[in-house]
Structures are given as C-alpha cells and as structure tokens.
Design a protein around this ligand. Sequence first.
Ligand code: ZN
Length: 108
Amino acid sequence: MINYIQLAITKEQLLSGQDTQKFVTEFPKLVNLLSIGIPEVKIELPLSNMNKSEIIEKGNALGLTFEETWSCYYSYSEHCGICYGCIVRKKGFQESKVKDPTIYKDGK
Ligand SMILES: [Zn+2]
C-alpha cells in the first residue's frame, strides 16, 4: 500500500523562490524519516504546473463551490482581504474568467 500526501503548491509558488523549492525537496525526506514502519509515502504536487488563475478556472470547470474554499491565513468568519493568501486569491480570480464570490472583510 502506498500512502500519498498532496501539497497544493502552485506554479507561482514553485517559481517564487528557493524556500518553496527547498521545502519540496526536503519535505519528502522528513516524511520518510518520520514514517518508519509505515508503508511507502509519496509526495505529489498536482497543482504545480498551474498558476492560481488556471487552478480557479479548472475548479470552475469541475463545479467547485468557491464559497466553500478558504485561502486566508487567519481564522476570521470572512476572508481578511489583506494577507498574502487573500491577495493571491483576489489576483487569481481577477486574472481568470471566473467571478470571485468571496466576501472580504476589507470590502474589496
Ligand atoms: Zn486573509
């Protein structure tokens, strides 16, 4: 039996700097170090060849309910609108053909 861990790392994140690339390289080593006695664990990056707007368009084509997704780094009742996760989310929707249904605390 093979166990999988899927990381939602986008193309932009992968290309953004050495920290993400180093994480992608080192994370499987950590998982294997900690999974002694557990069947093989494989790390997958199913979104790493798509940027955020492409992921949004793909999700839209698959019928994803974006109101049920969360990008904000904080656990408010609504997206804050100003953290990095919210900024990337807004930009992704702006660059896609999909209307952003997200309610942001900053009102933008
Ligand atoms: Zn936020």
